[in-house]
Design a protein around this ligand. Structure first.
Ligand SMILES: [Zn+2]
Length: 626
């Protein structure tokens, strides 16, 4: 998959929490998330009302799972099934564990404000000493993005990757200077790594959307375990090209015990559109466009980006790269020699005016309508250097990721309003996906002929579809396991049987928010959701400790709940109810139990406000003692 960060506020624009110190002795309710919860504590029970509406995201469960038996092979998908993203799979045999990929996922609306989600590595943390290495299939973030957050926790094992993937990992690691140095070991597609006397790791190159993509083969005494990573098959009208045929036929001759492969697009019929043909179409557009040409695409589609720059060179045009991720990726491609000849083709944006418009190609990020990416700034007339006019052609060389439809529509509308000519994948073949469609998926299984099959990389439904395809391609019933995250799949009886165990490895969600990862973040996320839905309601009451009475009319502060100025009646009634509730609760109590008082305020005011407004704001009682 080529993950794209969903549209969201840029991190630097997040509001900093107020650092104001309390000047008076305060009792702020402990149910807010202001740092009263310690890691591992699960004491905080949400109120009946809020839990009814806000689902709890499962956190790490710290399960200690059964150890593997002698001669069995265990496979665990720690991520990348039941979902798209955070791919991570492990293979365990005797005293060795091999990890394949360590990705991240960009959360959607279910985790507001969270930057990424990473796999739960509890199982690995409990068996650090067995880990022999992390093997990277390719440099996309859903395969490498978790590395900075995970390596330390799992004992910093060596990372094996091909040069481009390694360059991406190292580049990302620069953003985390406090971390211990990673032990990076470069491999090539024909390398063979001896893990133990009984285990070897081998690689093979696969067709995807980024150079250096590979699949891995773990040789075990019972046969090969093959993990393809993300892949598609290069073909001509449904006939795989010779190099694909030869490569898979060779693997197919071996003793292949188990195949794990990409399910992202298996519910799409036929063959995927070949990237070669996308390249041809783009080349034609580059050639035929008279004015300036702006191509918006994913920074992760590095093969396409490299192709466009090379095509521009052949046609005597200049390329401007705009957008941070695109610039970083082009820089890495240059460093690795993928763009050697094209160096003089790339020009800085400041030099654009020195060339005639028909010689200019701008490669920009933001084809998903991302609020802060280059294309959106161009569309909103906020770009420092680029103003759009009727002479410009804009190609959106990407599909629309589900969930981004409205943003992409806005982007297209704004560009069209300025008179530019727009080309999108719906009117011309200017995009293709990097994941095998149904026919390719079947072909791969038939070529490899494994005994067991485990579909990975996709939502549960996609995995089911893939399992069905496997059934039609010769995998015996009972030999396919559709995994869930954390499922322990043991190959037993010397490679004769495959069994998913009842007990799973810990497979909760670990969220990365800002710089740290935390185990109690689901609490934070639930509060964010509650705040987003119904807002908050703060009640400040001054209580005389001697009499237990409220000193003056309580103050009320509210955000995102109701418009206070127009709700004076409701506020006056609330103040009276707060006063009554406090005085009923304190009664003849001495000393006063303020937690009890606050609980009562929360309950009484909560039901009152719900009755009046049908909303459940987060209620935060603050009591000042005098
Ligand atoms: Zn990928």
């Amino acid at each position: 998959m080529t993950p794209q960060k969903p549209n969201r506020r840029a991190p630097q624009q997040r509001r900093k929490p107020s650092a104001k110190k309390p000047t008076q002795k305060k009792h702020i309710q402990k149910r807010s998330t202001t740092g009263t919860q310690k890691s591992g504590q699960r004491k905080r029970v949400p109120s009946r009302k809020s839990s009814r509406r806000i689902p709890i995201i499962p956190g790490r469960q710290n399960i200690k799972t059964a150890d593997i038996r002698q001669d069995d092979i265990r496979i665990i998908t720690l991520g990348g099934v039941e979902e798209i993203g955070k791919n991570m799979t492990i293979f365990e045999y005797k005293d060795s564990i091999i990890i394949v990929d360590a990705g991240i996922q960009f959360p959607g609306g279910e985790a507001p404000g969270v930057d990424f989600i990473i796999p739960d590595t509890t199982y690995l943390e409990q068996r650090k000493e067995k880990i022999k290495g992390l093997f990277i299939t390719h440099g996309h973030l859903d395969h490498i993005g978790g590395i900075p957050y995970l390596m330390d926790k799992i004992g910093n094992p060596p990372i094996y990757a091909r040069p481009l993937s390694a360059a991406f990992i190292k580049k990302r690691q620069e953003e985390f200077p406090h971390l211990p140095k990673i032990d990076m070991r470069l491999v090539e597609k024909d390398s063979k790594i001896k893990i133990t006397d009984e285990l070897n790791m081998r690689f093979f190159s696969v067709t995807h959307t980024i150079p250096d993509a590979m699949g891995v083969i773990l040789e075990t005494p019972q046969g090969n375990i093959i993990h393809t990573g993300d892949l598609k098959i290069d073909h001509e009208s449904g006939v795989p090209l010779k190099f694909e045929l030869e490569k898979f036929a060779k693997i197919g001759k071996e003793n292949n015990l188990c195949l794990l492969t990409d399910s992202t697009n298996v519910d799409k019929l036929g063959y995927s559109f070949p990237e070669r043909e996308v390249h041809e179409n783009l080349k034609r557009i580059i050639q035929d466009t008279n004015g300036r040409l702006i191509i918006g695409t994913f920074a992760s589609l590095l093969e396409r980006i490299v192709f466009i720059i090379k095509a521009a060179e052949k046609l005597g045009k200049k390329v401007i790269v705009d957008g941070r991720s695109m610039k970083v990726n082009v820089e890495i491609a240059k460093e690795l020699g993928l763009l050697q000849a094209a160096k003089h083709v790339l020009i800085p944006i400041e030099e654009m005016e020195q060339h005639s418009p028909d010689k200019i190609i701008i490669l920009a990020t933001g084809a998903q309508g991302d609020a802060y990416a280059a294309l959106m700034r161009i569309a909103n007339k906020q770009h420092k250097h680029i103003k759009i006019g009727p002479a410009d052609t804009i190609v959106l060389s990407s599909s629309v990721i589900p969930g981004n439809e409205r943003d992409v529509q806005k982007l297209k509308d704004n560009l069209a309003r300025q008179g530019a000519k727009l080309v999108h994948y719906t009117i011309a073949d200017v995009h293709s996906s990097g994941h095998a469609y149904k026919e390719e998926a079947g072909w791969i299984i038939k070529m490899i002929k494994p005994r067991f099959f485990i579909p990975i990389h996709g939502y549960h439904y996609m995995l089911r579809v893939h399992a069905e395809i496997a059934g039609k391609c010769g995998i015996k019933p009972g030999n396919t396991v559709v995994p869930d995250n954390g499922m322990l799949i043991d190959i037993t009886d010397k490679g004769k049987k495959i069994t998913p165990l009842k007990k799973k490895a810990s497979a909760g969600i670990v969220m990365v928010d800002g710089l740290g990862t935390g185990d109690v973040k689901e609490v934070v996320v639930r509060d964010r959701k509650a705040l987003a839905e119904d807002g908050m309601f703060v009640i400040v009451a001054v209580i005389d400790v001697k009499t237990g009475k409220v000193r003056k009319s309580p103050d009320i502060i509210s955000r995102g709940f109701i418009y206070l100025k127009e709700s004076q009646d409701l506020l006056n009634q609330t103040r009276l109810l707060v006063k009554k509730t406090v005085e009923d609760s304190t009664g003849n109590m001495h000393p006063i139990n303020f937690d009890y008082v606050k609980d009562n305020i929360r309950d009484k005011i909560g039901s009152f406000l719900f009755n009046q407004t049908k909303k459940r704001p987060m209620i935060l009682p603050v009591i000042l003692e005098v």
